[in-house]
Design a protein around this ligand. Structure first.
Ligand code: PHE
Length: 367
């Protein structure tokens, strides 16, 4: 039978308190805690159980009080030392562990850059090298910016051709006024930038565009990059040179056959569509000299009406504009066969066609 004596208690108590105060780590402290209060064989756990074995009532009561007092003090000592040690250990870690914030990020990133983003970055790098800045405009446009100011009046057949998404009524636009729409091209950025600044202008405007069209070669949302130059004495030769330089840099070819085919856009006159030489086989299209041609963008000299609509005198200022489809260029350059896969958010597709987040396109580092 186990009995407790006062001397035993005193001895245990003094021993625990001194060891707790001397403990130098939380691990050491937890070991003492276990030794004192462990469920199975903790010293105080066993002592509490044995209290009932003291035959004398008075003595049992006294020992009980003494026990409670001691156990509480030991618990308190553990707690105090625990919080002291936490601070000490933190300070020690702060002093010994350092991180070099100047170290480069790790290369093994998991995420990938979407080909649309990549191609926009590439296009931007090429035009930045030619002195173009980047302009932006909103995806939700007015019919005035998207059409009227671009010399596309209401009755113009081009409005039908654009398959426009008009915004339905909402709290901002009750009933839908037929005036707010999702931009069908990036050309309204021409108007916004001209109205906001003073010529000369030389910028590109990448962004999302929307048309109510969906089949194997069309998605309702796609991306364009607009190019725009206004200065004095700008002529079609500048347009041609600029686009040829761009195509050579983009496709990384020294010699790309380029053809300017007469076309029509209400906001340019004359207008042309740009074709590049290619070879088509059943499985793939190869860019470069070959038997076939492939359309890659629309362009032309900015129509005098567009300049007038933005308060510029067409006798003083002239320029050119072009617009290209980003997905189309991405498909050609990277051999991506199906347009719709761009927007399916399939992680396996992105892993295959995506780009390293740290390989930022530049003309020096490579596109
Ligand atoms: N905005 C035209 C389109 O979406 C492209 C274009 C831009 C043509 C600029 C000429 C000049 O089809």
């Amino acid at each position: 039978m186990v009995t407790v004596t006062g001397a035993q208690l005193t001895e245990q108590f003094a021993d625990f308190i001194s060891r707790i105060q001397k403990a130098t780590s939380t691990i050491e402290l937890e070991a003492i805690d276990l030794e004192a209060f462990g469920k199975k064989s903790g010293v105080y756990t066993l002592l509490r159980k044995s209290l009932g074995n003291i035959p004398d009532v008075e003595e049992r009561k006294k020992s009980g009080e003494r026990f409670n007092h001691d156990a509480r003090r030991v618990e308190q000592a553990l707690e105090d030392r625990r919080s002291d040690l936490k601070i000490l250990e933190l300070n020690e870690r702060l002093q010994t562990e350092t991180i070099d914030v100047t170290l480069p990020a790790r290369a093994e990133t998991q995420g990938k850059i979407h080909p649309v983003t990549q191609v926009i970055e590439e296009i931007t790098a090429i035009f930045a090298d030619m002195g173009f800045s980047v302009a932006e405009g909103p995806d939700i446009e007015s019919d005035e910016m998207n059409f009227d100011k671009l010399n596309i009046p209401e009755s113009h057949p081009a409005r039908q051709m654009h398959d426009t998404f008009y915004l339905q009524g909402n709290s901002n636009n009750p009933g839908g006024d037929g005036k707010t729409l999702l931009r069908t091209h990036t050309s309204p950025v021409q108007i916004r930038t001209m109205k906001a600044g003073k010529p000369p202008f030389r910028f590109i405007a990448p962004g999302s565009t929307y048309r109510c069209d969906s089949d194997i070669t069309h998605t309702p949302m796609f991306h364009q990059v607009e190019g725009f130059v206004i200065d004095k004495n700008i002529h079609m030769g500048h347009l041609k040179g600029c686009i040829i330089e761009f195509l050579k840099a983009f496709f990384e070819l020294d010699n790309v056959p380029v053809r300017y085919r007469p076309s029509f856009f209400p906001f340019t006159e004359p207008s042309a569509e740009v074709d590049i030489g290619c070879t088509r086989s059943r499985e793939e299209i190869k860019i470069g000299a070959g038997a076939d041609w492939l359309e890659v963008m629309g362009c032309g000299m900015v129509h005098p009406n567009v300049l007038r609509n933005c308060g510029l005198d067409p006798n003083e200022w002239q320029g050119f504009a072009f617009g290209m489809g980003v997905e189309r260029l991405a498909m050609l350059k990277y051999g991506i066969p199906d347009l719709r896969t761009f927007f399916e958010s399939d992680a396996r597709w992105l892993k295959h066609y995506g780009f390293d987040a740290l390989a930022i396109p530049s003309l020096i580092g490579g596109l």
